[in-house]
Structures are given as structure tokens and as C-alpha cells.
Design a protein around this ligand. Structure first.
Ligand code: FE2
Length: 503
């Protein structure tokens, strides 16, 4: 009898173990990773709020009604300060956004999404500080999936940063083997140039399944703007170089591109709102993000001429807003998130065309108007950060480029960040030629203090009350996941008192 009771007890214990292990397997991490296959992201931090984002497998739409988010002071998610239900941002790919509010300034937080059965990974994020001693920002641009592995995104994931600023070309619109490395197995989906709503959604879905990009989003909040390739190459308000008549109505395509961008990005902006916006980091930094593509850009000219006077990069409304932001800012640093090179850049010695007409040189009247405005209003400590070129740059933005050698009068600093993967000059020409070209550019442009067209990576800006520095980090390889990172260059600058130096 005793033996039988013992046997029953033992059997009950074994049964209990089996049922326990079944419950654990129901929420196992691998299954959750399959459900939350697009990872998590956060962005557009203010001093009390942050946007949270996730995307789940299209096969799990039934979970859409129960998507919860929580934000905690600790990484173990045991110190929850806010929680809520996330909003579905589209029905096809099942992407979700939520705005966590009522947070403390200058504070690190952790966040997680969950359904009844599954939990996402835990993400790290932070709010903007009211009284920061320093701000550290990674600046990135130009991540072409077909050009290589996103090793630079992986590298910046473990850096100590306040946020990542993405200056655009987050995706590329081309079909497979059009622009990239044909020898790699990383081929664009859908297998065509993206034109329709489902095309754009599928392209973002592909990029957001990249583990290195997912890691960068998981570890840091992002502040983002688009450049041209989120729409189509050399985009402007009413057209693009890579949009032909037989590809449908351009404005419809641009509208789709905007809509899908906000579905997938942790932006606190809807597709009907302008993308240009401002963020404050106490008295230390005002961040001004510009949209030099869709808001008001006129079509690029073929060459420089009298028509330059009619060219607009920002459009009248955004230009007014920008000037007001500059003039009313009481922060030490005015940090401008910008797409294409702002400084005058004479390329006559290295290219057939003297100026890049897609850059601010093709919109020189408006650029010179902004320079005069900064000068006349004695707006100090303006730092412009720029993407687009797949090169590293440091300019002292001259009041007048032609007089710079004899009348040293910089009005701002401009920093250009290299590409995450998009092609370098030495992937198209021999390195020795590129090095010679870099030297020639500095000879022709004395306000150009650093240039490198041979490396991929990202830039870190560190802004303090008295000093600032910029560091370019380069990765050794894109073609495999085996690589090393190195500090390629560091420059310091101080802008107060008229002696605005990069050294
Ligand atoms: Fe690019």
C-alpha cells in the first residue's frame, strides 16, 4: 500500500515536472524571437518621453490586439515605471508604436513588448537630460544591404551614447545587382526596384531582419531623417532622377515612401507632418533636423548658373523655421542634422563637374543666405552633420570660400560621416588615385580640414560646455562578419570667440 502511494506521488511529481516544462517552453526565447522577428527600437527622445517600436511576424496578426509595452528603470524589467498598449501602424507587416510619457529627464530606461504568450528582447534607451555635462552622439548614414554586412551598426551598438543620429539612405530602392556587391548573397527583396506600398514594406522588413541593424536599434534610441534612397535616387519635392514616367505617379510613390518610413521607424511624426523637427538637450545642445529632400527641394540643375538664385533646398516654410530655431536657441551648441554637403566644395581638380549639383552647392543662394543669417545674427557654435557622400569630411564652413585663405572667417563646423556600407571611392578606383584626389580636394578647398573616401564606419560627436570632439570609427571589412574596428581620426574644435578651429 505504502509502495503504491509512493509510486502515485512519484508519478504526480513527474507529471508536474512535465507540465511545468511545457509551460516554460510556451514562452521560450526562440519562439519569441520568431514572433518578434523585426526586433525592437526606440527613438525621438524628449526629456520626458520616448517612442517605442516593434514588428512581429506577418503570420501572427492575431496577436495584434494584445501588444503590451513596459518601460523599466532596470534591465531585469522589475522596476516598471510606465506601461500601455501599443498601436498597430500597419496591417500587413504588423508593426507597432507606442509613446512612453511621464519619464524622468536624463535617465536610462529599458523596455519590452509582450503578448499573452511571447516577450520581445529588452531594449535600452534614455531620455534627454536637462543638465548634461556632455552629449555623445553616433552619426550614421548610407546602409546599402547589397554592399556588405552592417558591421558598423554592430560596432556602435556597444558604445556609450546618448543617441544615434541617422542622416538617411537607411534603405536603398534598387532591385538586386543594380548597386552593390554582386558577389555577396545579400540580395534585395522584393527582387525589383521598389515602387508600391507592399514593395516598400517588404524592403524595410528585409533590412529590419538584419541582426546588426536590430542590435543597434536595441541598444540606443535613434533620431532619424530620410535622404533620397528612402524614396528614390536624387529625390526632390516633385520628382527624382531614378523615377521614370512608366513607374507611375511620383507624388503617389513619395507618399507611400513617407508612410512606410513612419510605419517602420521610431519617429514621433505622422506621414502628414513635416519630418523637420527640433530636440533640446537642456542648455547644452539644440538638435535641429532638416528635410532637404521632400519638403521643398527644387529639381537639381545640370550646372551652376544664374538659375541658382531660384533654387531651394528647404522650401520657404522650413527655411523660416530653421532660421527661427537658430536665432531663438539658447543652447551652447546648435547641432544641425543635414543630408548633403553644406560647405562649398570645388571638385574641378578631381571630377569633370566642378560642383555637386545635388549638394548645397546646387542651392548656393539659399546656402549663402543661411551663412549670412548666422553671421549677421552672431549665432555661435553651429555644427552641421552630413551624410550622403560615403566619405568622411571636416570643414570649417567659410563665410566666403573664395576669400578664406586671406580672410579666415568660419561661421560653423561641418562634419561628414562615412557610409555604413555604401560604396567608397576606392571600390571604384585604385586607392593611390583616391588618396591623390583627397589631397587635391584640400588644395582646392582650404576650409576642408579632413577628408577620407576609403573607409566605412560611423562618427561619434562629443559635445561639452567648453570643448567638442569628433571621432571617425572605421571597420576593416564588410564582406564577412570577421572584422576589426579602429579609430581612424579624432579632431577637436572650439567655436567661441571667432577662432573656430578644427585641429
Ligand atoms: Fe547614400
Amino acid at each position: 500500500m505504502m509502495n503504491l502511494r509512493l509510486l502515485i506521488l512519484n508519478l504526480s511529481f513527474v507529471f508536474l515536472l512535465i507540465s511545468c516544462s511545457k509551460k516554460i517552453s510556451d514562452i521560450d526565447v526562440n519562439q519569441s524571437a520568431t514572433i518578434f522577428k523585426y526586433g525592437i527600437a526606440s527613438g525621438d527622445p524628449t526629456n520626458t518621453s520616448i517612442i517605442l517600436w516593434t514588428g512581429i511576424s506577418e503570420n501572427e496578426k492575431k496577436l495584434a490586439d494584445e501588444m503590451k509595452w513596459e518601460i523599466s528603470r532596470t534591465a531585469d524589467m522589475n522596476s516598471i515605471v510606465q506601461s500601455g498598449t501599443a498601436t498597430l501602424t500597419n496591417q500587413t507587416a504588423s508593426t507597432f508604436k507606442a509613446k512612453a510619457t511621464g519619464l524622468e529627464p536624463g535617465t536610462s530606461y529599458y523596455y519590452q513588448f509582450s503578448t499573452k504568450k511571447y516577450k520581445s528582447k529588452v531594449g535600452a534607451t534614455s531620455t534627454m537630460a536637462n543638465n548634461a555635462d556632455q552629449v555623445r552622439i553616433a552619426v550614421v548614414s548610407c546602409s546599402n544591404y547589397e554592399a556588405g554586412y552592417f558591421n558598423a551598426y554592430e560596432s556602435l551598438a556597444d558604445k556609450s551614447l546618448d543617441f544615434v543620429m541617422h542622416l538617411g539612405d537607411y534603405i536603398y530602392e534598387y532591385g538586386p545587382d543594380t548597386y552593390g556587391d554582386k558577389t555577396l548573397s545579400r540580395k534585395h527583396l522584393p527582387a525589383k526596384e521598389i515602387l508600391t506600398l507592399s514593395d516598400y514594406r517588404q524592403r524595410y522588413a528585409q533590412y529590419r531582419m538584419d541582426p546588426d541593424l536590430q542590435l543597434a536599434h536595441q541598444k540606443h534610441p535613434f533620431i532619424m531623417i530620410w535622404d533620397d534612397h528612402e524614396i528614390s535616387n536624387d529625390a526632390y519635392q516633385t520628382g527624382a532622377q531614378n523615377h521614370q514616367d512608366d513607374e507611375g505617379d511620383y507624388m503617389t510613390r513619395a507618399g507611400i515612401a513617407k508612410q512606410v518610413y513612419h510605419e517602420w521607424m521610431p519617429t514621433d511624426v505622422t506621414a502628414n507632418d513635416p519630418l523637420y523637427r527640433q530636440f533640446s538637450i537642456g542648455k547644452l545642445v539644440d538638435v535641429i533636423m532638416l528635410d532637404g529632400r521632400l519638403e521643398g527641394r527644387t529639381q537639381q540643375l545640370e550646372t551652376a548658373g544664374p538659375e541658382l538664385a531660384n533654387q531651394s533646398m528647404l522650401g520657404a516654410q522650413q527655411l523660416d523655421w530653421f532660421k527661427n530655431q537658430l536665432r531663438s536657441s539658447t543652447a551652447k551648441w546648435k547641432l544641425i542634422g543635414n543630408q548633403v554637403i553644406f560647405s562649398p566644395l570645388n571638385m574641378a581638380r578631381v571630377r569633370d563637374q566642378q560642383f555637386n549639383m545635388d549638394a548645397w552647392d546646387g542651392y548656393a543662394s539659399e546656402r549663402n543666405d543661411i551663412i549670412s543669417y548666422i553671421d549677421e545674427n552672431e549665432i555661435s557654435n553651429v555644427v552641421i552633420v552630413t551624410g550622403d557622400t560615403h566619405m568622411s569630411w571636416a570643414f570649417e564652413v567659410p563665410y566666403k570660400a573664395s576669400a578664406y585663405k586671406n580672410n579666415y572667417r568660419p561661421v560653423a563646423i561641418e562634419i561628414g560621416t562615412p557610409s555604413i556600407t555604401s560604396s567608397n571611392l576606392n571600390e571604384r578606383s585604385p586607392s593611390e588615385e583616391v588618396i591623390m584626389g583627397e589631397k587635391m580636394l584640400q588644395v582646392s578647398n582650404p576650409h576642408l580640414k579632413y577628408v577620407d573616401g576609403r573607409n566605412h564606419g560611423y562618427t561619434i560627436l562629443t559635445l561639452k560646455q567648453e570643448t567638442a570632439s569628433v571621432e571617425w570609427y572605421y571597420v576593416s571589412n564588410l564582406k564577412t562578419k570577421t572584422y576589426v574596428e579602429r579609430l581612424g581620426k579624432r579632431l577637436h574644435f572650439t567655436l567661441d570667440g571667432g577662432n573656430q578651429l578644427l585641429k
